[in-house]
Design a protein around this ligand. Sequence first.
Ligand SMILES: Nc1ncnc2c1ncn2[C@@H]1O[C@H](COP(=O)(O)OP(=O)(O)OP(=O)(O)O)[C@@H](O)[C@H]1O
Ligand SMILES: [Mg+2]
Length: 263
Amino acid sequence: KLLQANDELTKLQLRLEQKVGDAIKQIRQQDHMIIRQSRQVAMGELMNNVAHHWRQPLAAVGVIVQDIQDAFHADELNEKYLEESVNEAMKQLQQMSKTITDISELFITTKVERSFNVKEEIEKMIQILSQNFKANDINTYLDCEEGCTILGYPHEFAQVVFNILTNAKEIIVQRECKERSIFLKISNENKRCRIIIEDTAGGIDDELIDKIFEPYFSTKENLIGTGLGLYMSKMIIEKNMKGSLSVQNTEKGAAFTIEITTN
Ligand SMILES: Nc1ncnc2c1ncn2[C@@H]1O[C@H](COP(=O)(O)OP(=O)(O)OP(=O)(O)O)[C@@H](O)[C@H]1O
Ligand SMILES: [Mg+2]
């Protein structure tokens, strides 16, 4: 009798395991669907943005081409005219190309979660930007506690750091700041890794500070900004890596703080 009961218990256990397994599979499939959908939404938003940003340069190039034809018929088309027109058209096209590059880069990422060292990724990014910073007379200072290892997406994390650093650079240049520094601080406390990136550009206006993470919000003129940098950054840190990204004004400028649990 005991053996029989035991046998039945084993069967029951197997059936339960099967059921739990099925349920987990179903949840995973739903997860995938949500991720796919949110990616589609994000893609849609991005394409919308491309269209938004292409309209103006596209029209400008159209006018330039038309002008070349008109100048030819009016017998005004000389080498200088042609050269100026080509240069202007190339400038517009490069801007269009930049929009595409910026956006596609955010999607050409291998979505494989892995363990990575925060300091290494940040140093890589500073290296990539170093020539650019040098040309703009900007110094970076890295103050780093060792041993910050995170489970997540290093490529995407690097993009976030890139976005924040690029913003700081752009603001310092735009405002023609006298003090041109970016301070990066990595600390590790209670299994939380905190990264603070602070600039010396004077900070963000009080009425704008709540808007800067919204998609398409940009104060950059001449089509330079797509206004997606910080929006994507927040998605990457908070949705994909379950951390937090926030901003405060300090005495010197803006300070962006990333917090992620270490593994
Ligand atoms: N360090 C900073 N200091 C002051 N203002 C900032 C800083 N970083 C961002 N901002 C403000 O937030 C806005 C949004 O930044 P975000 O990176 O999302 O877009 P963007 O830089 O304008 O364009 P892009 O899509 O090319 O990054 C900026 O236009 C700027 O007004
Ligand atoms: Mg930006």
